[in-house]
Write a protein that binds this ligand. Structure first.
Ligand code: FCB
Length: 397
């Protein structure tokens, strides 16, 4: 008879959930994504519209997270709201995000703040976005404006998934955020993103020497088909490893992982027949995050690792729990092998706008689209209890 597995995480290991501004706030009207959603040939199934109305309801979101037992809330500041027109910085919007930080503090939640999560001010995208000559200085200028509200924030993420940004050319292509579905990444954008990131690290460290700053990279657990190790190396470098290498010297590296991708002689291979699929169409593959963490640790020079995103798009919440348990098993095994992982942040707190569609539900909390009422799912309670004890019991049904 096989006995159920129990995982024990260190006492100081932290647990949380993540969101991103454009995906939950609603009416992010000055952003490039909003404009794209309005166009008749956007290629998108749905528009973000009011999203989860979290611009107004963030207090409820943070309260739900806190009440579950989770300790960290990773959310993003929306550049398009802070600077809706070039050099017009909105004090009211800056104070809005200050209020989010204070609301976290009020509920005993640690805020982890992302400075850029995919979306850009429309005016910036129009002038070329990350390809424009002054991209680095414009991003750094925006960060200088918001720096004063970050004085009590410990963890700051500069740019979310720079590798996906380079593959989607700043959001202009594709909504299926997998390497296999996207064009070859633009390493010129990649280099600009590295400079923008390092610039922000310098600016913020000068003001706040003890702030812990990093960026969060999408990892896709590239698997070599037999005899295709070299091809896999070459495929992975511009899509993942370049960005992990660039994190050397940072305070931490954020790892995000959901799926795996097989690489053959001619590139990414289709998902094997019969494999279980998520609502994104991705393969159900819980070990992804453990693999991503191991690779990040080696490439980024053994700096502390934080899982900043991991989760499952499903309408079956018990499957979300199964997936997360499997993911935590892989993570714990990596930690047992000596990798310094500080925390686990689940994607996502809310069922949100998944870059073109509301169908892939990743949330620990569901949203009634007519009333914006929030309903905690069993998985929120499950993860919250884990946060309180550090103990993960294998789900038994
Ligand atoms: C990541 C993004 C996040 C969300 C998840 C599912 O690539 O950072 O916004 O879309 O995937």
């Amino acid at each position: 008879m096989s006995s159920a597995t129990t995982l024990r995480f260190p006492k100081d290991f932290f647990w949380g959930a993540a969101t991103a501004a454009h995906q939950i706030e609603g009416n992010n009207v000055s952003s490039d994504w909003w404009r794209r959603e309005q166009s008749s040939n956007s290629g998108l199934k749905e528009r973000s519209a009011d999203a989860c109305d979290s611009y107004n309801r963030y207090e409820q979101d943070i309260r739900l997270l806190a009440e579950s037992g989770l300790q960290y809330y990773r959310f993003s500041i929306e550049w398009a709201r802070i600077e809706p027109e070039p050099e017009h910085f909105s004090t009211a919007q800056i104070l809005h995000y200050r209020d989010m930080i204070e609301t976290c503090r009020h509920y005993g939640v640690e805020p982890m703040v992302t400075l850029n999560h995919m979306t850009l001010p429309y005016w910036f995208a129009e002038q070329g976005g990350w390809k424009s000559a002054d991209a680095v200085s414009l991003f750094n200028r925006y960060v200088r404006q918001i720096a004063p509200i970050l004085y009590d924030v410990t963890y700051v993420c500069t740019i979310n998934e720079p590798n996906m940004v380079a593959m989607t050319r700043g959001g202009k292509e594709g909504t299926n955020m997998t390497a296999g579905a996207l064009p070859v990444p633009d390493l010129e954008i990649g280099q600009t993103l590295v400079e923008a990131h390092k610039g922000v690290c310098r600016i913020l460290h000068e003001i706040y020497p003890s702030m812990l700053i990093g960026w969060t990279v999408a990892t896709q657990a590239f698997h070599a088909m037999p005899g295709c190790e070299q091809e896999t190396e070459e495929y992975a470098w511009p899509r993942e490893n370049f960005y992990l290498d660039a994190a050397k010297g940072d305070d931490w590296i954020g790892v995000q992982g959901y799926l795996r991708t097989f690489i053959g002689k001619d590139g990414p291979q289709p998902i094997p027949d019969g494999a279980e699929r998520t609502l994104c169409g991705w393969e159900y593959f819980p070990p992804a995050i453990g693999i991503g963490v191991r690779n990040a640790w080696d490439r980024a020079g053994h700096i502390p690792v934080i899982v900043t995103e991991n989760g499952l798009a499903t309408s079956d919440d018990s499957r979300r729990i199964d997936y997360t348990f499997g993911a935590l098993q892989g993570l714990k095994a990596a930690m047992d092998d000596g990798i310094d992982v500080r925390g686990y942040i689940h994607w996502s707190l809310l069922d949100n706008y998944e870059w073109g569609s509301y169908t892939p539900t990743f949330g620990l909390v569901s949203i009634n689209p007519d009333t914006f009422e929030r309903h905690a799912k069993p998985s929120l309670h499950w993860l919250g209890e884990i946060a309180k004890s550090g103990i993960v019991e294998e789900p038994v049904r």
